[in-house]
Design a protein around this ligand. Structure first.
Ligand code: FES
Ligand code: FES
Length: 167
């Protein structure tokens, strides 16, 4: 019988505690133990980025992370971002720019896209493409995804620069 490890962490803002096998990936942990199935698994070897989620504010490939090592971590899956301002803008932009077809890559793509918007407000197309290198999409050809992210960066810059009207 496999020895279990107790893991205590914050998952989408809620403290959770579970016994996990040493080999259980973080992706399987959120899907199987917590029914958070918004995170998709593609390659399961760190290549495709479909499983990207946010751990301590950094995007990580959750298929490569063992859940047993995550005690104390603050984990956010795609389900945590329903009311997140940047994610709302990205979701609208992905729709407008046809940045998804089958949608399998989309949760991971959105997690990375949000990180780009947060960290690199001045990113140009080349930089966006470079940052997206760890997220593979088999459908779109990436153009729509890049345009969607560019449009959110532009929108946010315009909102910052727009004069505030006070009454
Ligand atoms: S499933 Fe994790 S990188 Fe592909
Ligand atoms: S939309 Fe199908 S893999 Fe990206």
């Amino acid at each position: 019988m496999t020895a279990m490890t107790q893991v205590n962490l914050i998952l989408n803002g809620i403290a959770v505690s579970n016994d996990v096998e040493p080999r259980t990936s973080l992706a399987d942990f959120v899907r199987d133990n917590h029914d958070l199935t918004g995170t998709n698994l593609g390659c399961e070897q760190g290549v495709c980025g479909a499983c990207t989620m946010i751990v301590d504010e950094i995007p990580v490939r959750s298929c490569l992370v063992r859940a047993a090592t995550c005690s104390g971590a603050n984990i956010k899956t795609i389900e945590a971002f329903d009311h997140d301002e940047i994610m709302i803008q990205l979701r609208e932009a992905f729709t407008t720019h046809h940045a998804l077809q089958c949608g399998y890559c989309t949760p991971g793509m959105l997690a990375t896209a949000r990180d780009i918007v947060l960290r690199l407000p001045e990113a140009d197309e080349n930089q966006i493409r470079l940052e997206l290198a760890g997220n593979l999409c088999r459908c779109t050809g990436y153009t729509g995804i890049v345009h969607a992210i560019k449009s959110v960066l532009k929108l946010r810059k315009e909102n910052i620069l727009a004069p505030k009207i006070t009454t």
